[in-house]
Design a binder for this molecule. Structure first.
Ligand code: UGA
Length: 448
C-alpha cells in the first residue's frame, strides 16, 4: 500500500466528540482524518466484520494511505468503533450521516438507509446535537431527515441540521480529505455554522458557509459539471476521429485558458463509478420533479452512453462480429487506484462481447475480488499479459500504471489476432505498431 505523502494541517484545539455513521469511502475517510487532526471519533457500522478490521488499523476498503492513518488514530484511541448508534451518541456533539444513497429504479436517490439512521438517532438522542448530512441527498433532505428524527422521539429544538457535502475522489480520498479544495457548510443557524467551522479549524482551505439547500445543490452541481466537462471532450473526440484532429491537442488548447482549465478533459470510454452516473440521474430526476428542464444533463448522459457504444461498435466492426472471438481486457475497475467496478466500462464491454457469442479474459490489479463476487461468470487472470493469449483483440479499459510497461512484442506473440483498442489513449501507438499490431483509440490524431 502506498504511503500517503500528505497530512491534514495541524491539530485542533479544542477537540470535539464526533460520530460518523457508515464506514464506506466517505464515512471512514472522514472519520479517520477528523481523528487525525485530534477529534475523538466513533465510527458506526452495522457490519461487525468491517469494524473488526478498522479496530486493527486495517482499512476494509482499498484506498491509498488509509491504513497508515487508521493505524495511527486507532492505536492512540482517537478513533473507536461500534455497531450501536445509541452508543455513539454518548457525549456526541456532531454526528455525520455517511450511509449510501444509491440510485433507486426511477433515478431518485434511495434514502432508506438515511431514514433508518435518523430513526435510531431520534430514539436515543438526549442532548443538543448537530446532524450533518455527508451523504449525497436530494435538495430539501435536511428538513426531511430532521422530521424523521423528531418523529422517532427527539425534541426538535435540540437538533440542528447541517449539509456538508463531500468532494473526495476514490483513489485519492485520504489526500482529498486532508487537503480539500474547499469545505462547504450549509447551516440553518449561526451557532451550528460556527461549530462546524471550529470542527474544521485546522484545515487550510476556503470555507463557504451558506444555506442548507445551496450546500445540497453544490454537491450535485459539482459532480454534474465535471461529468459535463468529460462528455464535452468526448463529443469533441468523435469530431476528432472524423476530421483527423487530435483530442489531446484540443484538450490542451482549451485547458490553457484558465477560465476552462486542463482538468477533467481526458477523453476516453466515458465516465463511470459510484458517483457521476448516480448524481447525474438524480439531478435529472430532481429537475423534472420541480418542472425544470434537465435537457443539458440528459445530453451529457446520452453522450456518455454513446461514447462507450461507439467504441464497442468499432471493436465489433474490426473483428467482423464478436461470434467466436476472444477479447482480452486490461482493467476492470471504473478508474485506476480503486477496486470499485460500479458502472465500470469493462462490464459493459464484457456483456456486449459475450451476448454476441464471443469470450473475454480480464485482468485487474485490484478489482478482481469484487468483479468475481458481482460477475462470477467473468473469467479473470492474475497475470496481465495472459489476457492476450490467443486473443483476437485486446482492449485497454482502465489506465493502471501497471499497464505502462506492457511488452508489446510479447503481447503480439501471444495473440491470435492483431487488434489493439486503447480506451484511454494510454499506450504509445508507435510502440504498439512496432510490434506488428494494429492500434485503435478514441479521439483521433493517431492516423487510425
Ligand atoms: C467523483 C468526484 O470527482 C468527487 O469530487 C466526488 O466527491 C465523488 O465523485 C463523489 O461524489 O463521491 P470519483 O467518482 O471517485 O469522484 O471519480 P473521478 O476521479 O471523478 O472519475 C469519475 C469518472 O470520470 C471515472 O470513470 C473516470 O475514468 C472518468 N474521467 C475522469 C474521465 O473519463 N476523464 C477525465 O478527465 C476524468
Amino acid at each position: 500500500m502506498t504511503r500517503s505523502t500528505t497530512q491534514a494541517v495541524g491539530r485542533v484545539n479544542p477537540k470535539m466528540k464526533v460520530a460518523v455513521i457508515g464506514t464506506g469511502y466517505v464515512g471512514l475517510v472522514t472519520g479517520a482524518v477528523l481523528a487525525e487532526v485530534g477529534h475523538d471519533v466513533v465510527c458506526v457500522d452495522r457490519d461487525q466484520s468491517k469494524l473488526d478490521k478498522i479496530d486493527n488499523g486495517v482499512s476494509p476498503i482499498y484506498e491509498a494511505g488509509l491504513n497508515e492513518v487508521l493505524s495511527d488514530v486507532v492505536s492512540t484511541g482517537r478513533l473507536v468503533t461500534t455497531t450501536s448508534i445509541e452508543e455513539s451518541l454518548k457525549g456526541c456533539e456532531v454526528l455525520f450521516i455517511a450511509v449510501g444513497t444509491p440510485s433507486g429504479p426511477d433515478g431518485q436517490p434511495d434514502m432508506s438507509q438515511v431514514k433508518s439512521v435518523a430513526a435510531e438517532i431520534g430514539k436515543h438522542v438526549y442532548g443538543p446535537l448537530i446532524v450533518v448530512n455527508k451523504s449525497t441527498v436530494p435538495i430539501g433532505s435536511a428538513d426531511v431527515v430532521k422530521s424523521w428524527i423528531v418523529e422517532a422521539g427527539a425534541n426538535a429544538d435540540t437538533i440542528s441540521m447541517v449539509s456538508n457535502p463531500e468532494f473526495l475522489r476514490e483513489g485519492s480520498a485520504v489526500k482529498d480529505t486532508q487537503q480539500p479544495s474547499r469545505i462547504v457548510i450549509g447551516a440553518s443557524d449561526e451557532a451550528s455554522a460556527d461549530k462546524m467551522k471550529e470542527l474544521y479549524d485546522s484545515f487550510d482551505c476556503p470555507v463557504l458557509v451558506t444555506d442548507v439547500a445551496s450546500a445540497e445543490l453544490i454537491k450535485y452541481a459539482s459532480n454534474c459539471f465535471l461529468a459535463t466537462k468529460i462528455s464535452f471532450i468526448n463529443a469533441m473526440s468523435h469530431l476528432c476521429e472524423l476530421t483527423g484532429a487530435n483530442v489531446d491537442s484540443i484538450a490542451e488548447g482549451m485547458g490553457l485558458d484558465d477560465r476552462i482549465g486542463p482538468k477533467f478533459l481526458g477523453a476516453g470510454l466515458g465516465w463511470g463509478g459510484s458517483c457521476f452516473p448516480k448524481d447525474v440521474d438524480a439531478l435529472i430526476q430532481i429537475s423534472e420533479s420541480l418542472g425544470a428542464d434537465p435537457g443539458l444533463l440528459r445530453e451529457v448522459k446520452g453522450i456518455n452512453q454513446a461514447q462507450t457504444s461507439r467504441f464497442i461498435d468499432r471493436l465489433r466492426d474490426e473483428l467482423g462480429g464478436f461470434e467466436g472471438k476472444k477479447v482480452g481486457l486490461f482493467g476492470l475497475a471504473f478508474k485506476p487506484n480503486t477496486d470499485d467496478i460500479r458502472d465500470a466500462k469493462s462490464i459493459q464491454i464484457f456483456k456486449a462481447v459475450t451476448r454476441e457469442g464471443g469470450s473475454v479474459l480480464a485482468h485487474d490489479p485490484a478489482a478482481g475480488d469484487y468483479a468475481k463476487a458481482d460477475h462470477p461468470e467473468l473469467p479473470q487472470t492474475d497475470i496481465p499479459l495472459e489476457v492476450a493469449r490467443d486473443a483476437d483483440a485486446v482492449v485497454l479499459v482502465t489506465e493502471w500504471k501497471q499497464y505502462n510497461d506492457i511488452d508489446f512484442s510479447e503481447m503480439a506473440d501471444l495473440m491470435k489476432g492483431d487488434v489493439v483498442f486503447d480506451g484511454r489513449r494510454h499506450w504509445d501507438k508507435a510502440a504498439v505498431e512496432a510490434a506488428g499490431l494494429r492500434y485503435f483509440t478514441i479521439g483521433g490524431g493517431t492516423g487510425d
